[in-house]
Design a binder for this molecule. Structure first.
Ligand code: PEP
Ligand code: MG
Length: 316
């Protein structure tokens, strides 16, 4: 039993009946790589590249500086998957030289991909640096855009990736309800989806993620959020493409089982959560996860959804 527990604590993510769910790490830069490797991450599901832009609030980092940082991360996962998110500036991550300072509602303004489409040279440099950093490496590089609202956004990002000569899969983050509702249309332009449940909750419930007073609405167990996860995952399945989760939701072991039951194909989280999620998944079959997911979606509140999923998974 100890042996099985140990294997489950280090092996690839899978349910008790062998349905694989790659477990990936969220990182903010090369400094986070050792912890991810130690926790047995099968790759990186969200590389937040904002850190590179924090040193200098007047200029974007040079192509050379970016190549160096990307290369360090890509080399650490020789055969693995590394999903890099292009710069997500604005709202909770403002950058002086890119973010308009006079917006009444920065979270609803020019942020994420919108910022990059207004500053195409910043996006171009980032994509070119990624293409060069990946040259000659066997890594499976994937690149995704934050805050994709619709098919026009997805196409603009895909075009920019093609123009930069990027030999990578490109994808869209689903962080805005419109993207979840029309996921199939977005998938006509990109090769994968990744659910950013932190922002998706913020925009679904009109509840600022930085305002503690509305934190009840930020709970990723909210059935409305689970519905949007389910419809995104279904759209990806119908298109034969993948749909991961890289928001905080993936780091809750019970919710990770529910997300798997909703059809999500990979889970990405802070390294510290990986062993807990891995062992929770290993205890339940895919069918059990699907039943827990159905029970959670049938609930009316986040607390009821949590209890309903718990009852299904502990009662069997
Ligand atoms: C998210 O919004 O869920 C996400 C993963 O991105 P960030 O937390 O960096 O906005
Ligand atoms: Mg986000």
């Amino acid at each position: 039993e100890r042996k099985a527990a140990l294997a489950a604590a280090t092996g690839p993510g899978a349910t008790a009946d062998g349905h694989t769910v790659p477990l990936l790490a969220n990182i903010g830069g090369p400094a986070d790589v050792p912890a991810a490797l130690e926790a047995g991450a099968e790759g990186v599901g969200l590389f937040r590249t904002e850190f590179l832009f924090l040193d200098d609030n007047k200029n974007a980092p040079s192509e050379e500086k970016q190549i160096e940082a990307y290369r360090q991360v890509l080399e650490a996962f020789p055969e693995g998957r590394v999903v890099v998110r292009v710069l997500d500036a604005g709202a909770d991550k403002p950058l002086d030289f890119l973010t308009p300072g006079d917006e009444p509602n920065p979270a609803l303004g020019v942020r994420g991909l919108r910022t990059l489409l207004d500053h195409p040279e910043v996006l171009r440099t980032q994509l070119t640096a990624l293409a060069k950093a990946a040259e000659g490496l066997p890594v499976h590089l994937e690149v995704m855009a934050p805050m994709v609202a619709d098919r026009i956004d997805a196409r603009a990002f895909a075009d920019a990736c093609r123009e930069a000569g990027l030999a990578a899969k490109f994808g869209a983050m689903v962080e805005i309800p419109s993207a979840a509702l029309r996921a199939r249309s977005i998938l006509q332009e990109v090769e994968f989806l990744s659910l950013g449940t932190n922002d998706l909750a913020q925009y679904t419930f009109a509840a600022d993620r930085q305002v503690g007073a509305v934190s009840r609405l930020q709970d990723p167990w909210q059935p409305a959020l689970l519905d949007l996860v389910a419809s995104s995952a279904e759209a990806a399945r119908a298109e034969g493409k993948s749909c991961g989760v890289c928001g905080e939701a993936a780091s809750d072991p019970l919710l990770a089982c529910v997300l798997t039951g909703l059809g999500v194909t990979s889970l990405s989280m802070g390294a510290a959560s990986l062993p807990y999620v891995r062992s929770a998944l290993a205890k339940h079959t895919l069918a059990q996860c699907e039943r827990a997911a159905a029970a959670a979606r049938a609930a009316d509140t986040a607390d009821e959804a949590r209890r309903a999923a718990q009852a299904v998974l502990s009662g069997e």
